[in-house]
Design a binder for this molecule. Structure first.
Ligand code: PEP
Length: 257
């Protein structure tokens, strides 16, 4: 982390977990258990149907609510989809875009990811752009090229000014939900590569100011060492964000480092 230049952000991605009543109870306890000092920002990425309840409970707290997906059109005949304007109207602040599960199970391509980022920004939402390589790609030694390609495609047409509103999450696909975590060095190296790509695209100031999270089996045991990497500015946490005590321990670790 480098708090001098950018925000540290811990986000929990609940995926398709928790009912409305479970959301209320969790959010209530979370907001009452946070560290006093505000050295890291906190986001909860909840299922669409839990957004209203989460926002209500977290209204006067410093925890922001995020959606896990968004459609790229503002309205129309897209059965089952939700637009960025609808999310913004509810009080949603952030939205996950390009999570590997969306890419893998819902055929989300880099082109769709780019369209979603534009739509989110247009509606005033802050995208959390997820990128990451598969195990096969890592073994073929194409991680850097692949990540650079994902970043460039996702950010095509996005201005330096708009970049101020974007968080990037590096999530190696082989580490998501598998219990296999990237080593701190691997996480730090790829987050550094992402920052170098941003430097080329937008210049040193934007690159320095962009929050880049690591995600992939982050837990209370490994959080501190991952977060100690200078280019890792927080975490995107799946499984460990479902357990209040685990999530809190990671928040406390991010607050301390
Ligand atoms: C995620 O879903 O973004 C994630 C990182 O999951 P997990 O922490 O369970 O690997």
């Amino acid at each position: 982390m480098n708090r001098k230049y950018r925000k540290t952000v811990v986000a929990g991605n609940w995926k398709m977990n928790k009912t409305v009543s479970e959301t209320r109870a969790f959010a209530e306890e979370l907001k009452n258990s946070l560290p006093r000092s505000k050295r890291c920002s906190i986001i909860l990425c909840v299922p669409f149907v839990n957004i209203t309840s989460a926002i209500k409970v977290l209204k006067d707290s410093r925890i922001a609510v995020a959606a896990q997906n968004v459609h790229w059109e503002s309205h129309g005949a897209y059965t089952g989809e939700v637009s960025a304007a609808m999310l913004a109207d509810l009080g949603v602040k952030y939205v996950l875009i390009g999570h590997s599960e969306r890419r893998q199970y819902f055929n989300e391509t880099d082109t769709f990811v780019n369209k979603k980022i534009r739509a989110a920004l247009q509606a005033g939402l802050r995208p959390i752009l997820c990128v990451g390589e598969t195990l096969e790609q890592r073994e073929l030694d194409v991680t850097s090229e692949l990540i650079a390609y994902q970043i460039k495609s996702a950010l095509s047409g996005i201005s330096a000014e708009e970049m101020r509103h974007i968080i990037i999450a590096y999530e190696p696909v082989w580490a998501i939900g598998t219990g296999k975590t990237a080593t701190p060095e691997q996480a730090g190296e790829v987050c550094g590569t992402i920052r170098a790509v941003l430097r080329k695209l937008y210049g040193a100031r934007v690159a320095r100011a962009t929050t880049i999270q690591y995600g992939g089996s982050m837990n209370p045991k490994n959080a501190s060492t991952l977060l100690a990497q200078p280019d890792v500015d927080g975490g995107l946490i799946g499984s460990a964000s479902l357990e209040l005590s685990d999530f809190l321990q990671i928040i406390y670790a991010a607050n301390e480092e």
